[in-house]
Write a protein that binds this ligand. Structure first.
Ligand SMILES: Cc1cc2nc3c(=O)[nH]c(=O)nc-3n(C[C@H](O)[C@H](O)[C@H](O)COP(=O)(O)O)c2cc1C
Length: 333
């Protein structure tokens, strides 16, 4: 069935296909056509109970507009965003490209989103009672040395409504954002977020874990220093990984020269290597959410074997459809 849907959707450019599929999903949900048939197999990570290990990665529902329809696809958790303090249009179009033969996607959206206030209104409207991750970032025009303020604004506003909060410092599409992974900036950011978490924990009598999303393009040395800080500030989790700027393996593709982050099958090995390396140094002290190029059930199992407690998909959903969620859940019970 998804083969036909995919054939139809791939007639359109990726961004338009995305809007058509989201509207279609919402309509199908409204008509009662979506039934989550995946039996629950609960697992507890970061103090949260997940009905299964398979989540939706950030970026697909940037404005938290499709939480309920997406949850009906069987995901154990949904991560929405990246959201920034103010709304922003993102980069010029076209900004998303399908590498069909390689089962990859290159995107350079640049955090197009409605801003945190409208985003929270959307979450409230959804009345979702599953695990919701809220992925936060900085506005494109906020200087990097003021980025902490942007994260704190979103962190405070998202706290009450989040199962967990993901700190996105690894998108390649916002200038200098990845510099926040360097020792100098990361220490300041983690310190500020940890102390804010303590304040909000007291205020709302609810501890919302926060996780840091890292890039697959860090060297082992960079991962060492990131891990050191994650341990020092007792960060609750790490998401490995975001998209890559590496074009190895896709050089013959028509779109390989496009700027942006590459996801899907060509990212798989690279992201698994990061998970494996982080697992070696974190020694189970901080849970890892594995994401990057999961296109089959075996890919998901591989991420778990290499140290991920939970997994997420984005590109796999586009290429394989929601059947993949079901297959991953079964394979990772
Ligand atoms: C079109 C697109 C938009 C994305 N937007 C975001 C985003 O806003 N924030 C984020 O943290 N990651 C974003 N990502 C990265 C994904 O969450 C994920 O980390 C990455 O795509 C690797 O997973 P995959 O190979 O399963 O797609 C985006 C990915 C794609 C393909």
């Amino acid at each position: 069935m998804y083969k036909f849907i995919r054939f139809f959707l791939f007639l359109f450019n990726p961004e338009l296909a995305h809007h058509i599929s989201m509207k279609g999903l919402k309509f199908a949900c409204f008509c009662g056509l979506l039934k989550n048939k995946i039996p629950s197999s609960p697992t507890t990570v970061m103090g949260l109970t997940f009905p299964n290990r398979v989540g939706l990665a950030a970026g697909l529902d940037k404005n938290a507009e499709y939480i309920i329809p997406l949850s009906k696809l069987g995901f154990g958790f949904i991560e929405v965003g990246t959201v920034t303090p103010k709304s922003q249009p993102g980069n010029n179009k076209p900004r998303s490209f399908r590498l069909i033969n390689e089962e990859g996607i290159i995107n350079r959206f640049g955090f197009n989103n409605v801003g945190i206030d409208q985003f929270i209104k959307n979450i409230k409207k959804a009345k979702f009672n599953g695990v919701l991750g809220i992925n936060i970032g900085k506005n494109f025009d906020t200087p990097i040395n003021k980025a902490v303020e942007d994260y704190l604004i979103c962190f405070r506003k998202a706290y009450r409504y989040a199962g967990y909060i993901a700190i996105n410092i690894s998108s390649p599409n916002t200038k200098n954002l990845r510099n926040l992974q360097s020792n100098k900036y990361l220490e300041i950011l983690l310190k500020a977020l940890k102390s804010e978490q303590k304040i909000l924990h007291k205020k709302f009598k609810k501890l919302v874990p926060f996780v840091v999303k890292v890039s697959p393009d860090n060297s082992n040395k960079q991962l060492d220093s990131i891990a050191k800080l994650l341990l020092k500030y007792k960060v609750d989790g790490v998401i490995a990984t975001n998209t890559t700027t590496d074009r190895k393996g896709i050089t013959s593709s028509r779109y390989s020269g496009e700027e942006g982050g590459l996801s899907g099958a060509p990212l798989n090995k690279k992201s698994t290597n990061v998970i494996k390396y982080l697992n070696k140094i974190l020694k189970g002290k901080i849970p890892i959410i594995g994401v990057g190029g999961i296109m089959t059930a075996e890919d998901g199992v591989e991420k778990i074997k290499n140290g991920a407690s939970l997994i997420q998909i984005y590109s796999g959903l586009i290429y394989k459809g929601h059947r993949l969620v079901n297959e991953l859940c079964k394979a990772t019970w």
